[in-house]
Design a protein around this ligand. Sequence first.
Ligand code: CA
Length: 506
Amino acid sequence: MIKRYIILPLVLLASLAKAQQKPNIVVILSDDHAYQTISAYGSRYASTPNIDRIAKEGAILNRAYVTNSLCGPSRAVILTGKYSHKNGFKQNVGGVAFDASQDNFARELQLAGYQTAWIGKYHLESQPEGFSYWEILPGQGRYYNPEFIEMNGEKVRRNGYVTNVVSDLAESWLDKRDKTKPFCLVIGHKATHRNWMPDTADLGRYDKVNFPLPANFYDDYAGRKAAQAQNMTIAQTMLVDKDLKMFPEGEKDRSLAPMNPAQRTRYKAYYDSIRADFESRHLTGKSLIEWKYQRYMRDYLSTAAALDRNVGRILDYLDQHQLSKNTLVIYMSDQGFFMGEHGWFDKRFMYEESFRTPMLVRYPGVIKPGTASNDFILNLDIAPTLLDAAHAAIPAGMQGRSFLPLLSGRQAQGRDAMYYHYYEAAVHLVSPHFGIRTQRYKLIRFYERVNSWELFDLEKDPKEMNNLYGKKGYEEITRNLKSQLKNLIVQYQDDEALNIFNTPVK
Ligand code: CA
């Protein structure tokens, strides 16, 4: 009899302890947030104490990259752990919705006993599946008083600034969740996507800062055909009205439409005074381009300020609810962004600024505070990493791998090369391309609009200005890189790329 009384509580305790081992998961996924503007990455531009806190208490990933630098496709890769050619969502345009019925990490986590939720920007044109709860912005969503799509398919408008509202919804879900289960929550932010509309609380935050031009701001694109063909420069493509809010008197700024009178008054007062000054100056040539760059930086960074503040809110929530110790937190963007490098804004290219993404991970008890990783890590790895943390099986079709062994020191070395493939030819006229990046080199094949190869020595030329492809002395390096690239194409089963690879450039 005595035995029975002892064994039962032990069994209970053991099963409780096992349940405890499954960490909660919070992924904060922002949009177009450049690592160059995060102080943990040594930003000269801005201070982001809350995002930096994740690095201090966990790990900063200095070499985190994406497989296809674009909003929707990156989210599809994060969800499925598969390259775009495998998950089917290659580009935002073209009217094809993401097939949400395929396997994703949330569905697998549910099977492992998790409550799962996606709140905020989703941008896959179909309804989320595998989530116990979701509430998403339609498409890109709006910065002010945004509408959300709820699980019953109905749209609800919520008052406030989008970054704050998304956090409100996230906290309210955390409050009402089933507390007997571990949870996985994805907080999807719209910020810092174009057209960079700051919260009224942050207007003017950077007006006294004069931002230094990147060294290659006036890039002439010599030797790089795809860079010559693009349409994403601050000089030509960035719009003084729609992007920088300088609408001539009487012309309608449609982004003001969802604002309430208080928001509109505050917002207009700020931009009207800038516009008056701008119009009085009659800028042309380089002074106009550099004025645009300063305005871009100020709007972008003011928009990012709310993002950092809201990261702090979520970390505080976890602290206040005694969740921090047993929660894996990831902060990342869907890709990087050009902040004037090569004269550009936007992303898409396999060049470092857009190919890379900020990624910071806190996992108490597993990752030592203050860890800095220089391993090649991809957004492709997120799904297997979350499943690894949850002690759940990683489906064979997932092409990424968990980075927890690398960050916890259980594994010494990660991948030696990364494969990238971008598809969207129609927007900003960036030629579709695929390529490989190794520790030292990057080899890219552009194949539509322009048909060319590019080779960069990232040690000698980190800004990717000097295309070495076809230059004397690089024959063997090129041959080796091509063979490595082909291996990756075959490994990831990218048949379209293999066909193009086998077709010589004319
Ligand atoms: Ca994006």
